[in-house]
Design a protein around this ligand. Sequence first.
Ligand SMILES: [Zn+2]
Length: 731
Amino acid sequence: MDRRTFNKVLTTGTMGLAMPGSFVQARQDASMVRAEPATQWPGQVYRRLLVDNHVPDWDPVFLSRFDPVDYVQTIATAGFQALMQYAISDAGLCLWRTKIGQVHRGMKGRDYFAEVMDECKRQRLHRTALFLVIWDNLAFERHPDWRFQPEEGEDKILEGRYGFTCFNTPYRDYVLSLVHELVSSYDFEGIFYDMTLWPGVCYCPYCTTRYWKEYNTEPPRVVDWDDPEWRRFQAARERWLFEFAQDLTKTAKSARPILVEHQFATVFLDWRSGVPLKLGVEASDSVGGDFYAGLTEFSLACKAFNGLNRVRPFEFMTSATKNIMDFVTVKPYGQLRVESLLPTVHSAASLTIDAINPDGTINHNLYAVLEKINRERAPYEPFLGGSLMADVAIYYDKQSMYDPDEKGAHVASLFYHQPKAPAPHFDGVSGAGRILREGHVPFSVITNVTLEQLRDYRAVIVPNVLELTDEQAAKFRSFVEKGGVLYASGPSSLDRFNKTGPRYLLEDVLGVQYKGNMGTQVTFLTPKDDELKKSIWPQNEIIHKGPMIRAEASPGAEVLGTVTLPYVDPESIHVIGSHFAQQISDPPAPTPGSEPGLVVNSFGRGKAIWVAAPIEASSDAVNAQLFLTVLRRVLPGPYYFEVDAHPSVEMTLYHQAENQRLLAGLLNMQQQLPLIPLSATVRVQIPLGRHGRHVTRLPDREMIPFKTVGQYVEFRIDPFEAVAMAIVEYD
Ligand SMILES: [Zn+2]
């Protein structure tokens, strides 16, 4: 993403909006109450704000200038419908008048939380509380026995700024009593538990004792996914965290029946955070979380949240600044706009994260920008909702979020040294998401806890999945048997614990038997089939940076590509004798290999595609072409939609059956700003036997001419900058 600074936006003139009329007026009249219509929580609340407040109290200036009237009014006037207010931060200081915890000294006898709640009611803002757990500097400082203890000891933690506690210590009772006090003393509608995750692997005496009690042994300290003891320890970590999350949920709900969310950006985190997916599905009413890795991740997160969420809308969060660790660099207007509209085209709530100044004031200029964005988003909201229509599901398996190459690594080597551990499965998930989005193939995400949703799709992508149970394999088998298309890459469905040697659980479906690995640092896939050859032209092979799976094709399976090894194995090259085929690269062997690399197999009424390596994980355009060519070949149309548009346009489609209409959303996710207006030709599939009645452009409901082409209603979207939405009605 091309990130320009806020100041640069100011000078380019995009911001004649620096002080729009409504905002100026609000500042002049401190008692002004805005005219936002009453909305129902949470179903109609799409514009939400959080002001980060991790401010300690060692300096008497800290939070001393906090003015709840100005603060809430600024947020309300900027067009937000809900405020998530900090109750307790990383600092461990409470912003309410607590009898159990430590009150922030900057409040000087006042009750900031109560004052903010009162002002929110006056300004008709919905109210939720942000409650930090585990990350608690005060508890860390005062109770050394409550501390999270990494294997490598406390040195790194003491050099840093975050004090982590462990919920297996008496911290658990302390935090639960704080939650009970807050929820039973104040009137608000939801609570967001932030940081319900493990900061790393804990070896504190409480965790160790608990593990001894449960399993009569010491928790293991070496990562080995082939070791049953290690796997049992990881399962215990996930269960312990889930139970803690449930305790937090129950404690809040026992005080008042409010909406509960746990931080769930953890959905994509690796094994170390120990978050099972059921933490989002069972311990949370709605899923929500904050993301910072850019539009590919954001779009994928929305798809995953869509499938995991129970109480709509889910809550997509990101910061107004470049990321939450950068206090000053505000995202350029175009970027903020697109990132705020991305939840809109997913019928979701967008929560923007600002951060408070240490003295307790806020940057009013930012709210002028956010007001303009909210004004653009609001008119679409009455039309949002429905079922996301997608032909292809990407299978995301949370249990596969580890790196098999970590085998034998000491836990101590993984905590501070790798902020984000490699997870080859996620590279496949993320790559497939990007290819399908840019290729305009209607897609969504299903997971290991929502596998029953498979029935809603025609195809499933199973990318580099490291863990699969017999039950899960049976569901995939039955899906293909009934006519579904399954794409599997690399080790997907491999049972490495099988007594007679590793084998694919889905070998009958995939049409290949697993034989091991082949190649080392570089391997190649060579298409044999004319159509596939053409899809990678002018290349003859595609490259894979790593070994591929060696397999034997079953009789009847169609081998469309083979694995080719390099001319010289890169691990055997040496300078003496110039033992290589090219000094600076690794050309393929002169003749293509004969081992299967890409196989299509018919099974029951469906088909499977098997690839010896996760070609979808690469960002090379040629890989996307090959992937889409083979997918489209085995998954014929019509798709739920087709769109002729630039690849930076993402299209989504929601079916609102009760209103006999479909909601199409197009978002310009162009990386470089300012946004260049784009147009599109859209074809939306109408339910069988129904007829398109009319197509209208939102939010003004202007009629768009359309024609019927087969099962599609086809219409043109005139050039749009950031977003275009249309309603297709049928009868
Ligand atoms: Zn512990």
